[in-house]
Design a protein around this ligand. Sequence first.
Ligand code: DXP
Ligand SMILES: NCC(=O)COP(=O)(O)O
Length: 238
Amino acid sequence: MTKLSVNINKLATLRNSRGGNAPDLLKAAKDIESFGAQGITVHPRPDERHIKYQDTLDLKEVVTTEYNIEGNPIPKFIDLVLKVKPTQVTLVPDAEDAITSNAGWDTLKHKDFLVDVIKIFKNEGIRTSIFVDPVIEMVEGAAKTGTDRIELYTESYAQKFAMGQTDEAVKPFTDAAIAAQKSGLGLNAGHDLSLDNIKFFKENVPDLLEVSIGHALICESIYLGLENVVNMYLNRLR
Ligand SMILES: CC(=O)[C@@H](O)[C@H](O)COP(=O)(O)O
Ligand SMILES: NCC(=O)COP(=O)(O)O
């Protein structure tokens, strides 16, 4: 079964725009779980442009499904994750000023760093995942870091799918999933997945354990309603 982890970053963006507490992130997370989602994802960036460090702590008290915290493992991020102890931490190599996540790890060049950081989290019983491009060498390199899982960075899939190049879009991910399975890695995926592209991805990427979806899901919910959209994703992931 592929679990749906809803990334609520953009609810925090909306909340921060007026400085109050609407939408209430804690209520939204509980509601999203009650609609059937199997996880909540947040990405507390260093500038706290949306999810704040305090949100990450507060959500720990209410999330009852899988809690996934994503981020670049700078010291204050590591400290936060060790304090929260989520189900899973997903390490993302994005620059502090990046408008969004825009690359996977070079698991060959950064192997020693990743080995050390992953060990810190695994020693605390936190499942680890690292964000990688669908490149066989990077997947095989990830297996040498000791990570439990990888998260395939799916922006390239979404872009090509939108241009109608569906088979070309998904093939690198099918191949990367097979390489992950051979390397004993669990498989997650995320970034720019949507109601339009998720079903084809799910049908062509084997052993997919979790997708984390945020931006498109929140945008779609403006028109179709949050509960309805969560269930539309769940139906496409069956
Ligand atoms: C790693 C990734 O692609 C997403 O999890 C990321 O959280 C999106 O970040 P923004 O919501 O800041 O665009
Ligand atoms: N890891 C991907 C994620 O959490 C959400 O990415 P997006 O759907 O906001 O692009």
